[in-house]
Design a protein around this ligand. Structure first.
Ligand code: SF4
Length: 552
């Protein structure tokens, strides 16, 4: 929330016709920051009524045995999450890095790993894989004594980890499977055979591991981060080596004593779109080139390495879409949601929807395909998060349908990253902090910028396309049914992809300079909306669809 306060205190609102910040004569002035709205009795009553209406309409009741209720509460990722904003230790690098110029790199942003959640699945797998690597480097005499590897999940990871597959992702990492390359079949096998034991060899020792070694520990406590976990190497009851980790969001991880890696300084520092605008329009530096030069300066990588990484990202995304388009299945979890992407593709062959209907169906089916792959716990790319991971792949696939060269798609990825960085830096990318506007809204905005850039639009059009797509997601809440990243998440990816194209189509047809709302203003509006949004709509599954839809 510190980031949100920062952007509100320095809203940077301009009308787009001048560079004056907060001149008060043109751009909208953000409202003064206020405490989050209290949840009134009237609102409470409405929620109860909506829930009751759902029961009546569905013709079934929510009555169930206490045992079942408690069982489902533990298997429901978000239902038991705390309704208040989590407190974060000021020592975490993720808190300290929210100031100064944007320093995020592409590999930090586009993370490859298993869905359905970047913080509860991908982060834990990255953590246990890191722990496996560290343990592998311990002295041989220590490893010879080892009898077990264990992982303890705390806080939100323990409360909501079952439904997010935190346990199997953690086990896969402990077994030495890297998030980016772990085959989906391996993760499926872990889920399908929960009692199976697996062997892992570490130096001179071979250990038996199973899901029982992933322990759902205390859900409440004074943790440095709500997503805390520890890895332990044991010799009987003696702990040979232990490390505390934090899955700090978006797949980013830290550990006790973590020091953020040294980074170079960006050649073109910026915190807001208005500074980017100066480089792009006044200095005539193309956006992809600016991102590339900054990326090289910050990460120390060369252009070839960066291009190869983005090609890998595109490959993983398109592979995911292609797989999702072919699989018909009931998705994991209590909703029993049937996948739709494959059926949509089949119907396109005989569809009489006309060009508009066919185009929308095509793009939407791509969004469904990757959203469904995410729900299956398969490998995805955060863009910007796992819940919104269907949008950019749908955009990439639809650009490939137009035979757009891969170099242009690479440029699109760079433009999309610029939008994601701005939103991350000045607002949030987390549904738990800002609702779905921060996930699907930002993904759609990134997608609009990607299309505009890949189709060689000028910078103002790229920025306007991103602004338009984000503007029309403002206020969108996060209310996943039963806490699973399925309803509304998957269909929202389809909508997000279609709205990315809509944002681009509008921006490319209007007179760019006549657009009255600029990107910084809309990002500030998102931050303000996030701050004032009731916590029931921030990934707690305590409001909206999550309480209206009755599962029976
Ligand atoms: S509703 Fe949106 S923000 Fe919430 S989990 Fe789903 S995709 Fe993420």
């Amino acid at each position: 929330m510190e980031k949100l306060l920062k952007v509100l205190g320095n809203s940077g609102s301009t009308c787009g016709n001048c560079n004056s910040i907060g001149c008060g004569t043109c751009g909208p002035t953000p409202a003064k920051s206020e405490a989050p709205l209290a949840f009134t009795r009237r609102q409470w009553g409405r929620t109860v009524l909506v829930g009751s209406a759902g029961v009546l309409l569905a013709g079934c009741s929510q009555k169930e045995s206490p045992e079942k209720a408690s069982e489902e509460a533990s298997a429901t990722p978000a239902a038991s999450a705390a309704p208040t904003a989590p407190s974060l230790s000021p020592e975490l690098a993720v808190v300290q890095q929210s100031k100064g110029p944007i320093m995020t790199t592409l590999e930090e942003f586009y993370k490859i790993g298993p869905g359905p959640s970047s913080s509860h699945t991908m982060g834990p797998m990255r953590i246990t894989y890191d722990f496996f690597q560290r343990v592998s480097k311990l002295p041989e005499d220590q490893l010879k004594r080892a009898t077990a590897l264990q992982v303890h999940l705390f806080g939100s990871l323990s409360a909501t980890g079952k439904g997010h597959g935190t346990d199997r992702a953690s086990l896969a990492g402990l077994l030495g499977k890297a998030p980016a390359t772990c085959p989906p079949e391996f993760l499926d096998g872990l889920a399908a055979n929960p009692d199976q034991t697996y062997k892992v060899t570490i130096g001179p020792t071979t250990l038996d591991l199973s899901l029982k070694d992933i322990i759902f520990d205390a859900t409440k406590g004074d943790f440095p981060h709500p997503n805390t976990m520890t890895g332990k190497l044991l010799a009987g009851s003696e702990t040979l080596y232990e490390l505390e980790y934090y899955s700090v969001g978006g797949g980013f991880i830290e550990w006790k004593g973590y020091k953020a890696p040294e980074k170079g300084q960006p050649k073109y520092p910026y915190e807001h779109a208005r500074e980017l605008k100066k480089y792009l329009i006044d200095d005539k530096i193309p956006l992809p080139k600016l991102l590339l030069v900054n990326e090289m300066a910050i990460s120390g990588k060369n252009e070839k390495e960066i291009s190869e990484f983005l090609e890998q990202v595109a490959e993983v995304m398109v592979r995911g879409v292609n797989t999702g388009l072919q699989v018909d299945s009931v998705l994991p979890g209590p909703i029993k949601l049937h996948s739709k992407a494959a059926a949509m593709q089949r119907s396109l062959k005989t569809s009489a929807k006309g060009p508009a209907g066919r185009a929308v169906t095509q793009v939407a089916s791509y969004g469904f395909a990757m959203g469904e792959e995410n729900a299956r716990g398969h490998i995805i790319v955060t863009a910007p998060t796992a819940g919104s991971a269907g949008i950019i792949p749908a955009v990439v696939k639809s650009l490939q349908d137009l035979n757009i060269p891969k170099e242009k798609i690479r440029d699109g990825f760079l433009a999309a990253a610029a939008i994601g960085y701005l939103c991350k830096h000045n607002a949030t990318l987390s549904g738990a902090e800002g609702g779905c506007q921060a996930e699907v809204g930002v993904g759609s905005s990134m997608g609009a910028a990607m299309i505009a850039q890949a189709l060689d639009s000028r910078p103002k059009v790229v920025s306007n396309a991103a602004e338009s797509a984000l503007e029309h997601h403002l206020g969108m809440t996060c209310d996943p049914v039963a806490g699973y990243v399925q309803i509304p998440c998957i269909e929202r990816c389809a909508y997000g992809a279609v709205k990315a194209w809509t944002g681009y189509c509008i921006a490319s047809e209007e007179v760019p300079e006549e657009r009255r709302v600029d990107l910084d203003t809309t990002i500030a509006a998102m931050a303000l909306t996030a701050k004032e949004m009731n916590s029931k709509y921030k990934e707690t599954s305590e409001g909206g669809l999550a309480v209206s839809l009755v599962l029976c």
